[in-house]
Design a protein around this ligand. Structure first.
Ligand code: GLA
Length: 385
């Protein structure tokens, strides 16, 4: 693969050493959005766009990083390890180094070169891909035998502590645990999961990228988390055994949340409904009833847009334009929100025409480029060489 050859060449140029190379993918999510940190279910999958990281250990205490695509370098001594303010990409790698140290593992310095085909800020979890690649590579080089689920949690903590986004577990889980042609139905409370085969006859997953980078997302994301926590507190003041919105019903919201604050009610009601929607959607999926699954996806979008309020006009535009198109089975915004992609289940033979007509109108009305990817479902984090 050309990308691997280029990575090897850059690594050799920079460090004159032989690295290991790890591939770690981005992800999609069919349904179950903003449910992971509320202990609900999610239905993600790893995709064929990935971060590739070449890594070798050093015999001193320095970390030397290169971002090949951005043409940037960054170095730091392990003694001075802390989040970086002005550029974001080193944080995903440094955040993982910090996790090894927190576990009491003696971490030497290391060299790393990063390249990625996961578009940045498109809601496809480009950061989780880098975190998972890093934890996997260091585990391999240090032979620390850390279990995959622990690596997932280390990657999530790296995002919390070094990127400042209090994300749930979905992105890192999907990147690490993905399996070709399968969705992962993950229960974010028990961490039990099953692979659900996802071979769609004549239907493809089309991602439409608004070109709106979800930069606002991190502060709003953390706000949404707090709003959900408030709802849980209000219900649990009145009832026993309520630890998350997973334990909450709409009736409880009527009694203990709606009476206090309409906004908190709207946010938490979206989540309670979405947890149910995933369970229902999954049954449709397992019965091959894509039409009904698609309806659930549109309903998710409406909830995210009107109740959880994490959409934006570009995402709404893209979903509205395909809503009554018989070739589009389902569509919704995907990921944290405020930009990034919509995910669409579309009849394969209709994709070209659909994209062509959307593109012209989108670019005229939104004055932004519309890019698209037809994604296939691939394996999770793996050692390449
Ligand atoms: C981001 C977070 C995930 C998840 C989604 C919304 O991608 O990283 O943990 O909460 O948003 O479903």
């Amino acid at each position: 693969m050309q990308i691997i050859e280029d990575l090897k060449n850059v690594f050799q140029d920079q460090f004159q050493a032989k690295p290991i190379i790890v591939r770690s993918p981005g992800r999609i999510n069919i349904i179950g959005e903003h449910t992971d940190y509320n202990e609900g279910f999610v239905l993600p999958a790893a995709i064929d766009k990935a971060a590739y990281l070449a890594v070798s250990l050093r015999d001193d205490d320095e970390i030397h990083l290169v971002a090949m695509d951005l043409n940037q370098k960054f170095s730091v001594n392990l003694r001075d390890l802390q989040p970086v303010g002005d550029i974001s990409w080193p944080n995903y790698i440094l955040g993982i180094a910090a996790q090894f140290i927190q576990r009491g593992i003696k971490l030497p310095g290391f060299n790393a070169v990063l390249t990625s085909t996961v578009p940045i800020g498109a809601g496809l979890s480009s950061s989780a891909a880098v975190e998972c690649a890093t934890v996997f590579a260091l585990n391999e080089l240090l032979q620390t035998n850390i279990e995959k689920l622990d690596m997932v949690k280390m990657a999530q903590k790296a995002e919390h502590e070094y990127a400042g986004v209090m994300c749930g577990i979905m992105d890192q889980f999907a990147s690490m645990m993905g399996k070709r042609d399968c969705l992962i139905k993950l229960d974010c409370r028990s961490m039990e999961y099953e692979y659900v085969p996802f071979k769609l006859d004549g239907i493809k997953v089309l991602l439409l990228n608004t070109s709106v980078k979800h930069s606002l997302a991190s502060s709003e994301y953390n706000n949404r988390r707090k709003e959900c926590k408030t709802a849980v507190e209000w219900v649990s003041e009145n009832m026993h055994g309520i630890n998350s919105l997973r334990d909450v019903t709409e009736e409880m919201l009527n009694n203990y949340v709606l009476t206090k604050d309409e906004l908190i009610d709207k946010r938490s009601r979206y989540v309670v409904q979405e947890i149910d929607r995933l369970v229902v959607g999954c049954t449709y999926l397992q019965n091959g009833n894509f039409v009904e699954l698609g309806k659930q996806m549109f309903a998710t979008h409406d909830g995210l847009s009107k109740m959880y309020q994490v959409s934006c006009k570009e995402l709404d535009w893209l979903v509205d334009k395909v809503r009554n198109n018989p070739d589009v089975i389902g569509a919704r915004m995907m990921g944290g929100g405020f930009g990034g992609c919509t995910i669409n289940l579309v009849k394969e033979n209709a994709i070209d025409e659909l994209v062509a007509s959307l593109k012209v109108n989108y670019e005229k009305e939104m004055e932004l480029p519309l890019t698209y990817y037809v994604s296939s479902i691939d394996n999770g984090t793996e050692l390449i060489t």
